[in-house]
Design a protein around this ligand. Structure first.
Ligand SMILES: [Zn+2]
Length: 113
């Protein structure tokens, strides 16, 4: 992969990371607001459901965030686009679809199979 492509992937990853961090910040703020409503039993049940959904979203974001940061790290180290399992090249099409991926499509399929 050439430097220009790497730069483009890095910019895309950083943009995605910032988007997640921005969204997580908003969610944390929303949770603080929920805290002030404790003791309001009228719709406590529906609040609990919302909190569960919210936590699941945060966990997904945290996982994605780690993957994105690892990918940026690989760009800096110069081994971005190399499968961490078989050390083969990850196809450009796959990287364009999932820029934070660390495994090639063959290894990904083996993992999920
Ligand atoms: Zn592989």
């Amino acid at each position: 992969m050439n430097k220009r492509e790497l730069k483009r992937f890095k910019a895309a990853l950083e943009q995605k990371r910032d988007a997640i961090l921005g969204a997580t910040g908003k969610k944390a703020h929303w949770e603080n607001m929920e805290d002030t409503r404790h003791g309001d039993f009228v719709d406590q049940a529906s609040d609990d459901n919302e909190v569960h959904v919210n936590l699941r979203l945060l966990q997904t974001d945290a996982k994605l965030l780690r993957a994105i940061e690892a990918a940026i790290d690989r760009i800096d180290k110069g081994n971005y686009g190399i499968c961490t399992v078989c050390e083969g090249e990850i196809s450009l099409a796959r990287l364009k679809a999932v820029p934070w991926t660390s495994v090639c499509i063959a290894c990904k399929e083996k993992k999920t199979a």
